[in-house]
Write a protein that binds this ligand. Structure first.
Ligand SMILES: Cc1ncc(COP(=O)(O)O)c(C=O)c1O
Length: 394
């Protein structure tokens, strides 16, 4: 019945059926459906619930703020303490060139803001991104999407957007004094947690600086402890000019941001707010207090993430069908043979109470991105389930 209503009223994001869960409630690493069935959320609702579902610290912060105020004014017009408290804490973990944030509601919006900022900076048109990347579904972010057949459905998109091979040093010389910005994920999710070489990321950084193009990092999935460090750029030390964050930022609440230097962010200021960037709900106070609580939890979790990664990798090493494991931290993908039917595997895992999914552009891999709060016992229980389902899979 509910499924019929869901189909009747909700515009659908996809046409596949088996993934539907009629959600009853959630807690920690679990989602329950209305029949009482419990699922281990091993993809953290696509890298959102890094602190698990309804973390007590997030819930407490939300309750406290709810008693004070909700929305009061479009972003940037009134002083809202939750916004300042959050950004100040966030920036305390970021390098000196990333010290000012514009708060938005989503990852796509963060990418849009970053592209606009890059345009204001060098007034150039060309946007470089990489095959296999996903940066959001708005027209600008979509122009940088690394899959041309999808572009074709919506073209014309932003002009002068070009795609190169991810992790290919040959792409570096294509960044020229005509390039406005380069948008890159420091670990590419859509192809199955592809980790580029440090050399590749450093070469992009250096080339962007040489030619005056801005380097935009999409850390919308990789941010907030997901890869074992607070931000994935820390693995290579190549610092972007603009950092885009969202997803797990709000501990389950909607929020995103693009973060840059004071000098760059000044470009947004002018005699009319619409000449820069605007957002009604960007930095909603509820989202900001949740984000602060979530950030504090994640910072405490960082030291034990390597051990959790090792635990999952050990389980995967015991499954003969898993040919390779890519990624870092709890941002992992298990790769199978090309003809492995991951669609059916997702179904089987779901019916066994294990939520996972394949990467957007790679249907022979499965994402393993559990909440960072998952205990050893929870990881063991879930991975045993995963192992049994994969091994009994024909
Ligand atoms: C790497 C990456 N960038 C951008 C986005 C877009 O974020 P949102 O869906 O919040 O607009 C996503 C969403 O999945 C993403 O994974």
């Amino acid at each position: 019945m509910n499924k019929n209503l869901f189909r009747r009223y909700m515009a659908q994001a996809s046409d596949f059926d088996p993934f539907i869960i009629d959600v009853s409630h959630t807690e920690g690493v679990y989602v329950w459906d209305k029949s009482g069935k419990r699922y281990f959320d091993f993809i953290s609702s696509i890298c959102v619930n890094n602190v698990g579902h309804r973390h007590p610290a997030v819930m407490a912060a939300l309750h406290e703020q709810m008693e004070k105020y909700l929305h009061v004014m479009v972003y940037g017009e009134f002083i809202q303490q939750p916004q300042i408290d959050y950004v100040a804490r966030l920036c305390s973990f970021l390098p000196p060139t990333l010290q000012k944030a514009f708060l938005v509601n989503s990852g796509s919006e963060a990418i849009e803001g970053a592209i606009k900022l890059a345009r204001l900076y060098n007034k150039r048109a060309e946007i470089i991104s990489f095959r296999g990347s996903y940066h959001g579904s708005t027209m600008g972010a979509m122009s940088a999407l690394g899959d041309t057949p999808i572009h074709d459905r919506f073209s014309p998109l932003l002009p002068q957007t070009v795609l190169y091979e991810y992790n290919d040093l040959g792409a570096i010389e294509k960044i020229t004094d005509k390039t406005c910005c380069v948008i890159v994920e420091p670990i590419q999710a859509g192809t199955g947690m592809t980790v580029p070489t440090v050399e590749f990321l450093k070469a992009i950084r250096q080339r962007c600086s040489e030619v005056g193009a801005l380097l935009i990092y999409d850390e919308i999935q990789t941010g907030f402890g997901r890869t074992g460090k607070l931000f994935a750029f820390e693995h290579s030390g190549a610092v972007p000019d603009i950092l885009c964050i969202a997803k797990s930022m709000g501990g389950g609440m909607p929020i995103g941001a693009f973060v840059a230097s004071e000098e760059l962010m000044l470009l947004l200021e002018s005699d009319h707010p619409l000449k820069g960037h605007a957002s009604t709900f960007g930095g909603h106070p509820l989202s900001c207090v949740a984000a602060l609580a979530s950030l504090n939890v994640i910072v405490e979790l960082l030291p034990c993430l390597a051990q959790k990664e090792a635990r999952i990798r050990k389980w995967l090493s015991e499954i003969p069908q898993v040919r390779a494991v890519t990624g870092k931290g709890l941002f992992l993908a298990a790769h199978f043979s090309e003809d492995f039917d991951t669609n059916r595997l997702v179904e089987r895992l779901m019916s066994s109470g294990f939520i996972s999914f394949y990467p957007l552009f790679n249907h022979s891999a499965m994402c393993l991105t559990p909440p960072l709060v998952a205990t050893d016992e929870e990881i063991d229980e879930a991975m045993l389930l995963f192992k049994n389902v994969v091994q009994s899979f024909i």
